[in-house]
Design a binder for this molecule. Structure first.
Ligand SMILES: Nc1ncnc2c1ncn2[C@@H]1O[C@H](COP(=O)(O)OP(=O)(O)O)[C@@H](O)[C@H]1O
Ligand SMILES: [Mg+2]
Length: 363
């Protein structure tokens, strides 16, 4: 049983601060991912939780007890690294049992514990092998096994699947998630792979330059991103962003994007802004041939390139004077270039405040 509370957490290396006062609570049994671009502070945060980095300010608590000064080995957390960090001269069984041996657990007991975990991870046939005689995926399983054998209160993962090929990564993410559910161990999982974060997590923390942009369930982040950063970070291909011109007139306020004009519902307070940022995800566009009399809310689209991916078709082209990406389920076969129209339902048109990128809602 372990819940974590991080409060006002800061980290500086010399005069450079890289974590800027972070607050986060993690529930017992939760699987939470930290994602963000390289250098945003994911590993630093994880290492501070593990006790491998000093805390410059703030506190980290486990079950309401501040652990800032607790030695790493007494934190009851197990970390799994990207590079596996196995002992090359020890067998799989010895690697997995190493931490128990350090604690002077009896041999027979270690054997039972290692045997159980090896069974869980399909490693039983390999127990006597050295790491170099294993595939990448098997080594990663041994690293997992070594963490599980200790039955820690918290698992900490730092990009554990980054060295594996794409197919194995998908398989391992399913296995890790299933194991975590079964063991019920609170887990913090660092990745730069948003698909990993989206598919595995109860909640995701989006980090940007040492600050939290948003914390939420995968679909909350996708459907209701707090700001432009999150909106363009989550989702692939990325959300299309337009600068819409605000047109105030007798018939109410409208937003103009190229040839399209949308009515702005009165509940949106955009003050005196002359432009508003609008975001539409590639998969939320509907494509049509241009009608003789184009509807008011249709965007002229000059299709330049079609990319079939199998499950989806990606269309690239120009609309409202910029590059736009559209993703559709059908296998469209237009000859390029083609002149088309794009439309989107109001609930898929996101508005962001001009000055700070805060999301205001959908039309
Ligand atoms: N030991 C260190 N000394 C100085 N700067 C560091 C050290 N470790 C990390 N940093 C800096 O802290 C920032 C966050 O790094 P890191 O946590 O490794 O990012 P991430 O894991 O998200 O890629 C980066 O700017 C990095 O250069
Ligand atoms: Mg890192």
């Amino acid at each position: 049983m372990a819940n974590l509370a991080i409060s006002g957490l800061r980290k500086n290396y010399g005069t450079v601060e890289v974590i800027h006062g972070l607050d986060l609570t993690i529930e017992d049994g939760e699987f939470i991912s930290l994602i963000g671009e390289s250098g945003c502070g994911k590993s630093t945060l994880l290492r501070m939780i593990a006790g491998l980095e000093d805390i410059s300010a703030g506190t980290i608590s486990v079950n309401d007890r501040v652990i800032n000064d607790v030695e790493p080995k007494n934190r009851d957390m197990a970390m799994v690294f990207q590079n596996y960090a196995l002992y090359p001269h020890l067998t799989v069984a010895e690697n997995m049992g190493f931490s128990l041996k350090l604690r002077n657990v009896e041999k027979a007991q270690i054997k039972t514990a290692v045997g159980e975990v090896a069974e869980m991870l399909n490693l039983t046939p390999y127990l006597d092998r050295l790491p170099r005689a294993l595939s990448g995926g098997q080594r990663q399983r041994v690293a997992m096994g070594r963490a599980i054998v200790r039955r820690p209160q918290v698992f900490l993962f730092d990009e554990p699947l980054s060295n594996l090929d794409a197919k194995l990564r998908v398989q391992m993410r399913v296995e890790i998630r299933a194991l975590q559910r079964r063991l019920g161990t609170t887990s913090i999982y660092v990745t730069h792979d948003q698909m990993e974060a989206m598919t595995m997590s109860d909640r995701i923390v989006i980090l940007n330059k040492g600050r939290i942009e948003q914390v939420g369930s995968p679909l909350e982040l996708y459907d209701r991103p707090a700001n432009l950063f999150v909106a363009t970070f989550i989702g692939s291909p990325a959300m299309n962003i337009f600068q819409a011109i605000v047109e105030r007139g007798e018939g109410g306020t409208h937003l103009r994007i190229g040839s399209a004009r949308f009515r702005l519902p009165p509940q949106f307070d955009i003050g005196k802004d002359a432009t508003v940022t609008v975001g539409i995800r590639p998969e939320h566009f509907e494509v049509s041939e241009p009608a003789g009399a184009a509807g008011e809310d249709k965007l002229d689209f000059r299709l330049e390139l079609i990319e079939p991916t199998g499950a989806e078709t990606h269309l690239y082209g120009a609309a409202a004077g910029q590059m736009v990406t559209v993703a559709v389920r059908d296998r469209l076969s237009f000859r390029t270039p083609a002149q088309l129209s794009l439309s989107a339902r109001p609930e898929h048109i996101h508005l962001f405040r001009e000055k700070d990128g805060t999301r205001l809602g959908t039309l």
